[in-house]
Design a protein around this ligand. Structure first.
Ligand SMILES: Cc1ncc(COP(=O)(O)O)c(C=O)c1O
Length: 912
């Protein structure tokens, strides 16, 4: 993508170029100034580069007009040395972000530390305590020549007691406002003053095409309210203020004004506006539970309950375990408590600050309700499944989903109807479940007269390897077949996506909100009826499978749940997870959710975990946008470096979208972020329309081509280079960037890949022919001799007495409990020829439990599943050590078929 970014360097619509690329541009500029100063460059080169970055610099407060003018003045005066000094000074301040706290950085003459009220924001540096810094976008029709004076007026409003400090950024058009909202991650609020033109002064083709589409599809016009609506879509976390000199009462009454926090009449209310901005940010900064926990920790509390570690006295007075206290510090122990009152709250039945913290998280993540969960998404999933499904209910489940869903089905007594993701056999991994497969399952249920039993569609978005569903399309088309289906989206890995405008529409909550808006649109019924007329009265399955189905908006009951491992992608402590709810029928299942909380939540939940969920929400609402942008930028930098380094690319490569997603599901024709013919418009098109697209932050690095299997390579990186990875496959490892990564991490990784490639290169160059032949054979074995991925076969008939003819659901709970009766089970070793004999002549082999190899991490056998030849071949070829549910010494645990024959009836039948 960096190639793409380079190609559009002079354009303002480089929307995927984040803070790192901006710093790079400044570093390049400083180098040009230094080269000019040293005699190896020229003023013309410097000035051309400065002009080039100006288009996007306008959208940032720092360095701002006065410093840039000073830079220009130095150049005009032909003073190369002063130009280089100032360019260096600005670049350093941007790189270290010191300008947010340090007043000297705003001074054009750093050495003298001159305080120039025109240049220097007056209160920066006047308080010793750290004050969070943000920027406020002001969209105005006032001429650009007045902006510096207006900025000074805004700065005069600052008070030493303000909790935060901010700088204004001015833009003069609709298009510029849109660009600034995308390109400036420091924005926390926007003031839209009526009376600005639509078009930017800059020419930007991709920007124009994006906005043109918004104008057509979202009825965007050039009004201030329209701009507010668009900005809210891009950055829902921003506070928007509208300043009008017209009829504010009329504007305030319009439904379009819902996206605006407050409306002001003309600019006479500057101080009020200033205070509102600070209050708005304070609203997001507030962390009700964490604040109370800090207060609680400061109080002199005597404890006579069962938590000796609380207050830390048993630790700090001990000769033997004091090092634990020293390691963690006192606050951890002061903040340990089993109290649910006295300033704290109960996670099991929150009424105070945990309730408030959950409500704030719901706002941040676009949900109606949020449950904080302190045992990971493993528990959130089980809670959702238990609360939403009862015995006998059918759930369409991705067989490749996390084991918590399968166990949830066992607990609930629900019948999983497994659907298969598309296989990526060459890499021993699965993609995601094609919508056609899901629709077919629903149509089959309908044909069997069992559709009323189907309650839920349960999918993983994005998958471990980064396949993102078109969540809106999946839900709409499924709702067209059954309008009250519940969707459970496991977004364990994808919680951060809420904070990227490009990824948000693909999240459960983002799509739910788009569907909600569509349901309210007066045209939606017409669209539905038009399609119904075209489909006719008895459309064939094939027709229904091939069309993008539109649901009946009058019948749809939108019921969407999302779980996310907040700890996997945001700053929450391990196991911190959230369960998000957007369900018009929530009132009918609320009591069941309370039961699920009581079933699964510990009665001693960890206070620090709850606090970290509260704080993670604060961070994402205030800086999540920039952090996610950075994670994407880091990932693109890694992709770029691996693809272009001559030595690394000889042995390793990161799979592109074309290798991860079948062409039929990439309708946009998008190849990859690195494709030279690609541009941001195409990437956005893919993100918007394709059946599946790829999360740019998840990178599958093929290492089999370097002779390493995934586990081997992961171990090498961990043991020799202190690089931790998460997932591996037979011939690949998954690299993942997150909000914590920096460019230094990228540099370290690339260095390590270079070192490994060099060693390999040397070994092959200097080794004998046998060494090279062994290497080639190893690569072939890893890359070509890959086992086929076994599909789910079916449940044994003994567990299918209450199942349909055309679908594969089964009574997994009864099967699971079969394994509890030792007399009904037998073991056969994997290598035993008895297995082959049974596969050929019977009786059938029926798994007694879940068998989950790591990698790939999905159950290749579930209780009650009939084991097929493919599964055995796959198991025998697996060269992994960790297989949950399988003890190599004992062999496969099977339910005896004579016991199955004796099984009478099905234990949990539910009236249809
Ligand atoms: C798709 C998916 N869902 C849920 C989980 C479980 O999440 P947690 O580790 O937060 O319990 C995982 C863990 O890897 C996962 O990959």
């Amino acid at each position: 993508m960096a190639q793409v970014a380079d190609a559009h360097r002079d354009q303002i619509d480089r929307f995927f170029a984040g803070p790192g690329s901006r710093c790079d541009q400044w570093r390049d500029l400083a180098e040009l100034a230094e080269a000019w100063s040293a005699g190896s460059g020229s003023r013309t080169q410097f000035e051309a580069a400065l002009d080039n970055i100006m288009a996007t610099e306008e959208f940032h407060a720092y360095p701002g007009y006065p410093l840039i003018q000073a830079l220009r003045d130095h150049a005009i005066a032909n003073d190369a040395s002063a130009t280089a000094t100032l360019a260096r000074h600005i670049t350093r301040a941007l790189l270290t972000r010191s300008y947010r706290q340090n007043s000297g950085d705003w001074d054009a003459d750093e050495d003298e530390q001159r305080v120039n009220t025109e240049v220097l924001p007056p209160t920066l540096g006047h308080r010793s305590a750290h004050r969070p810094y943000f920027e406020v976008l002001i969209v105005t029709g006032a001429p650009a020549t007045r902006w510096p004076a207006l900025a000074t007026e805004w700065r005069r409003l600052r008070q030493p007691l303000d909790a935060f400090v901010y700088e204004p950024v001015f833009v003069g058009s609709f298009e510029d406002a849109f660009c600034a909202s995308v390109l400036n991650p420091d924005l926390a609020a926007v003031i839209v003053q009526e009376g600005f033109p639509f078009r930017s002064r800059h020419d930007a083709a991709i920007l124009r095409s994006i906005l043109e589409e918004a104008r057509q599809h979202e009825k965007i016009d050039e009004s201030a309210l329209s701009l507010a609506r668009l900005l809210k879509r891009v950055r829902p976390e921003l506070d928007l203020y509208l300043v009008s000199s017209g009829r504010v009462e009329q504007i305030a009454g319009s439904t379009q004004a819902n996206s605006v926090r407050r409306i002001f009449y003309a600019v006479e209310e500057l101080l009020e506006l200033h205070l509102s901005i600070l209050e708005g940010v304070q609203d997001r900064y507030d962390t009700p539970f964490f604040n109370n926990l800090k207060k609680y920790a400061q109080r002199p509390i005597g404890t006579f309950h069962a938590l000796p570690i609380a207050r830390g006295k048993s630790i700090f007075r001990s000769d033997w375990i004091r090092d634990m206290g020293e390691f963690y510090g006192t606050n951890l122990f002061l903040a340990e408590s089993s109290a649910t009152t006295g300033g704290l709250d109960s996670l099991l039945e929150p009424t105070g600050n945990i309730k408030r913290a959950q409500e704030m998280a719901a706002r941040a993540f676009g949900a109606d309700h949020v449950f904080f969960v302190t045992n990971g998404t493993s528990t959130s999933n089980k809670m959702a499944v238990q609360a939403l499904l009862g015995p006998g209910d059918i759930a369409i489940v991705d067989r490749n989903c996390h084991k918590s869903h399968h166990y949830g089905m066992v607990l609930a007594g629900a019948q999983p109807l497994y659907v298969e993701a598309f296989p990526m056999t060459e890499y021993s991994m699965y993609g995601a479940v094609p919508l056609r497969t899901i629709k077919q399952a629903l149509l089959n249920l309908k044909a069997d007269g069992r559709l009323h039993r189907a309650k839920m569609v349960d999918l993983t978005n994005c998958t471990f390897d980064g396949h993102i569903y078109n969540t809106r399309r999946v839900m709409e088309e499924c709702l067209a077949i059954k309008p009250d289906l519940i969707f459970l989206w496991d977004e364990a890995w994808f919680g951060f996506a809420r904070f990227s405008p490009f990824l948000r529409p693909r999240t459960a909550m983002g799509a739910a909100s788009d569907i909600e808006a569509w349901l309210r649109d007066s045209n939606s019924v017409k669209e539905y009826e038009k399609q119904q007329a075209a489909l006719g009265t008895a459309p064939s399955d094939e027709l229904l499978l091939s069309k993008r189905l539109i649901p009946d908006p009058r019948k749809v009951k939108l019921r969407v749940y999302q779980t996310n491992s907040t700890h996997k992608s945001m700053s929450a402590l391990r196991q911190g997870s959230m369960l998000l709810v957007k369900d018009v029928e929530f009132h009918s299942v609320e009591a069941q959710f309370h039961e699920a909380v009581f079933t699964h939540a510990s009665t001693s939940p960890n206070q620090q975990l709850i606090a970290s969920l509260d704080v993670a929400r604060r961070q994402m609402e205030l800086e999540g946008y920039g952090l996610v942008h950075n994670a994407i930028e880091v990932a693109l930098a890694i992709r770029q470096a691996v693809a272009t380094h001559p030595l690394i690319s000889k042995y390793f490569h990161i799979l592109g979208a074309d290798e991860m997603v079948p062409a039929a599901s990439r309708e946009s024709g998008f190849i990859d972020y690195l494709d030279p013919k690609s541009n941001w418009g195409k990437a956005l098109h893919s993100l918007k329309d394709d059946e599946f697209c790829l999360d740019p932050t998840r990178m599958t690095l093929a290492c089999g081509t370097a002779g390493f299997d995934g586990t081997q390579f992961k171990t090498l990186l961990a043991n020799r280079y202190n690089i931790q990875l998460n997932k591996t496959s037979r011939n690949s490892v998954l690299l993942q960037s997150n909000i914590n990564n920096t460019r230094s991490d990228v540099a370290h990784l690339i260095r390590v890949l270079v070192e490994i490639s060099e060693e390999l290169d040397q070994r092959l160059a200097q080794g004998s022919r046998t060494v090279r032949q062994t290497f080639e054979a190893r690569v072939r074995s890893l890359m070509a001799d890959v086992p086929d991925l076994p599909n789910f076969s079916h449940f044994h008939d003994a567990y299918r007495k209450d199942s349909g003819k055309r679908t594969n659901e089964g009574d997994i709970r009864a099967a699971f409990y079969s394994a509890y009766d030792a007399a009904c089970c037998e073991h056969i070793r994997l290598a035993d020829p008895e297995i082959d004999r049974r596969l050929k002549d019977g009786p059938e082999l029926v798994s007694a439990n879940f068998v989950i190899p790591y990698p790939p991490g999905f159950p290749i056998m579930v209780p009650g599943q009939v084991i097929t030849q493919e599964t055995i071949v796959f198991m025998r070829k697996l060269d992994v050590k960790e297989i949950h549910g399988y003890d190599a010494a004992e062999g496969l645990k099977l339910v005896r078929t004579d016991a199955l024959a004796k099984r009478a009836g099905v234990p949990t039948k539910r009236a249809a």
